[in-house]
Design a protein around this ligand. Structure first.
Ligand code: GLC
Length: 731
């Protein structure tokens, strides 16, 4: 018999835990400081701003999340706030906000959540975290966007808590119709309340405060191929050649961390990428854009010029004792740029000349939560107030004053992107930059697209990508996607095909996987799979004029490209429940299969008439129907009464100008919008673009120009009415 020690339990902790479920009594309000309430109409929506500054403490002078100043008219402090909103300081290092959440109100937004579309019924911690396991246990993920829509048909509200400190949003988790936000800070903050207004107006107004995205380069909407890592030049060239020889459209190839010299940023490996510049030049000639990963960790190496300069000019984060903080990431011991300092951002921005000179088209900012191998859980367990500065891991400085890291943690990734953006804009002034980031907070749309980090090759993650991306859109970030095929694990062919069926509708269309997975490129799976994937990718390219026009709409009113059904059908109670389907713009309903060995699913069709994307009998709306979706087909329906601008086949967007744009009409009377410009410069901001209002009446298509100053004389157009195609003159 083997004798083992009986386990011992700590009964004191057990007793405490047993009691701790009880709701905390509301503590006394400790706030003594200055608070103000202001009012303003922003994009036609009433907005209240409550600003509080604790006494005698450093203030975050300017918010990094607010990009447009508005003229706030001061209100008396006693003004009644909507939804019973109240706030107080409950502890040193904690503010609480209380509000009511009547039955039926749905909660959307809060950035990246592993959740259904409606965030209600749970607690959500906002603290940027490199969480590698996206499961029901995952709370904080890479992004922390403190903006939430309280959706109630046409009378929605929006809450934006402008503070980069950790927060916990409890959305009726105890089923008592109450909401509570705990904000863990000793700094000032502002709370904005938008509404009441319809959902699209709330997003318009929120983006008028935090900034509206600019047009992305057209190529960045094409197909993107990534892998951790293509280890050498030969492999990268081979991948490019495979795409072109097999005629699988693609615009972009990424270089993950192994292109660098021992993971030193702003370098390339002399052994594996000896002719770096030439490789990029040759890929360019094949119409590939190369994107390099850039992580914030700077290798601690006394001989490395970037480290030396950062040290000399005092640009890194510091410990409490004023030493440079050193953490562990890919390069080993590394220092972390203090992006809160404008001089650090400038230095980092200037370093991008390395990439610009080498012809790199875009930058991928990763590990910028920041992720540290020696600090995977940035918040203490069971935190109920912000820890003392000495327990905040390291420090930043702002205007020569010191700030504990947690106070501003959620800003780190966004400020890194701001600096990257600054570098690209300064060095290529009339070229739209493309930046992709993992970490973000409110306002990231001003600088970067986002992807949702390290998912798995799991059907569950394929399905979850819909509500997760919808909530990103509801947080003001339209240019988003997840790793198609899944990052961890190995993606089987059926899953990859199902993932592309949905992925062709993600605004960001990127295939990526980790170093231990099987090859995940669309040509790595045999003939049948390759043929089906090619067709799907071609469909994406066909949709580019529609997607690009939607992007233009987004730059004007903040409307996401991927929209929940409630966006257009706010009164439809069944539509409000749907988060396994969505609308791409107003006109395309996407309802994919997200399970193995299934070929049929229920689709809810909102009111109207819906045409199967690839032809067939239209379906009447207002009902749920079982629909066959064979492997490799396009799981979408087009709204009767719409005109979708579609492009003819191409291998990359370099051929966009010479392809034919067809205005495909669905139904007898139809409407549509079409936007065009040069796809790469900022000339559109100076008015050099065309926007057309298309309409089909009695079998005739007409195009009325809303704006016309871009020379599109060389382009070819056609119209497709009931399957009959003829050329069309757009003038
Ligand atoms: C992180 C990123 C992943 C990348 C890897 C190596 O896990 O999320 O996309 O491939 O680091 O750089």
């Amino acid at each position: 018999m083997i004798e083992t020690d009986a386990p011992t339990y700590d009964w004191t902790t057990a007793r405490q835990r047993r009691k701790s479920w009880k709701a905390e009594e509301r503590p006394k309000n400790l706030f003594s400081g200055e608070s103000k309430v202001g009012k303003c109409q922003v994009a036609g929506v009433d907005v209240l701003k409550i600003a509080a500054h604790p006494e005698g403490l450093l203030r975050l002078a300017d918010s990094f999340m607010v990009h447009h100043k508005h003229d706030w008219k001061e209100e008396s402090a006693g003004v009644g706030l909507p939804l019973g909103l109240e706030w107080q300081q409950s502890k040193d290092g904690r503010f609480d906000f209380f509000f009511s959440l009547a039955d039926g109100i749905r909660c959307f937004g809060l950035g990246e959540r592993f959740s259904t579309l409606d965030l209600r019924g749970a607690r959500h911690t906002l603290c940027t975290t490199d969480e590698t396991k996206h499961t029901e246990f995952a709370d904080s993920l890479y992004k922390a966007i403190p903006f939430m829509v309280l959706f109630d048909g046409d009378n929605s509200y929006g809450f934006f808590l402008d503070s980069p400190a950790p927060q916990r949003w409890d959305l009726d988790s105890e089923l008592n119709c109450e909401g509570k936000i705990e904000l863990f800070t000793r700094q000032g903050w502002s709370m904005y309340v938008f509404g009441p207004a319809p959902l699209p107006s709330i997003l318009d107004s929120f983006s008028a405060v935090t900034g509206k995205a600019k047009m992305p380069p057209l190529w960045s909407l094409g197909h993107q191929q990534c892998r951790w890592s293509y280890p050498d030049e030969e492999t990268v060239r081979e991948i490019a050649t495979e795409f072109r020889q097999r005629k699988i459209p693609c615009d972009t190839i990424y270089l993950d961390i192994d292109y660098m010299d021992e993971y030193r940023v702003f370098t390339h490996s002399p052994e594996r990428f000896p002719a770096f510049t030439k490789m990029i030049e040759d890929l360019r000639a094949q119409n590939f854009n190369v994107i390099t990963i850039v992580d914030p960790g700077v290798k601690k190496d006394e001989k490395f010029p970037v480290f030396k300069k950062g040290l000399k000019d005092n640009l890194f984060c510091k410990t409490q004792d004023g030493e440079v903080y050193i953490g562990q990431v890919w390069p080993g011991h590394s220092a972390f740029p203090d992006f809160l300092k404008p001089e650090t951002r400038k230095w980092w921005a200037d370093n991008h000349s390395f990439y610009v000179k080498n012809g790199i088209a875009g930058i991928w900012n990763d590990m910028n939560e920041p992720a540290l191998f020696n600090l995977t859980r940035p918040l203490p367990d069971g935190m109920d107030a912000l820890p003392a500065e000495s327990a905040q891991h390291f420090c930043h400085s702002l205007d020569d004053e010191r700030l504990g890291h947690l106070e501003v943690r959620n800003l780190y990734g966004t400020l890194m992107c701001k600096s990257t953006h600054q570098g690209l804009i300064e060095q290529r002034p009339n070229e739209r930059p493309f930046i992709l980031t993992r970490s973000a907070t409110a306002g990231i749309q001003n600088y970067s697209a986002v992807w949702l980090g390290d998912n798995y090759s799991w059907y569950e993650h394929l399905a979850k990508s819909i509500p997760m991306l919808l909530n990103m859109g509801m947080s003001g970030v339209a240019f988003c996607g997840v790793d198609i095929g899944g990052f961890f694990g190995s993606c089987p062919p059926e899953m990859l095909i199902r993932w592309y069926e949905l992925g062709i509708f993600y605004p960001l269309f990127r295939n990526h996987c980790w170093l231990e997975g099987r090859a995940q490129e669309p040509f790595a799976y045999g003939e049948k799979c390759e043929m089906l994937l090619r067709k799907l990718i071609e469909t994406r390219y066909g949709l580019l004029p529609y997607i690009y026009s939607l992007f233009h709409e987004h730059t004007t009113n903040g409307a996401p490209l991927m929209r929940p059904l409630s966006w257009h059908y706010p009164q439809d109670r069944i539509a409000a429940n749907a988060d396994d389907e969505f609308l791409l713009g107003e006109n395309i309903l996407v309802a994919p299969i997200t399970e193995r060995s299934k070929s049929c699913r229920n689709v809810y069709f909102p009111e109207g008439l819906w045409h199967p994307f690839n032809g067939g009998t239209p379906v009447k709306g207002g009902q749920t129907l079982a629909v066959e979706i064979p492997l490799g087909s396009v799981p979408a329906f087009v709204r009767d009464g719409s005109i979708i601008p579609m492009a003819s086949a191409m291998q990359s967007t370099a051929e966009y100008e010479s392809c034919t744009i067809t205005f495909k009409c669905f139904g007898k009377n139809a409407q549509g919008m079409y936007f065009e410009d040069d796809g790469k410069s900022f000339d559109y901001e100076r008015g050099v673009y065309n926007e057309w209002q298309l309409s089909l009446k009695e079998g005739q298509l007409s195009a009325v120009s809303v704006h016309k100053s871009f020379d599109s004389a060389g382009r070819k157009y056609a119209v497709d009415i009931e399957g009959k195609n003829s050329s069309f003159k757009l003038s």
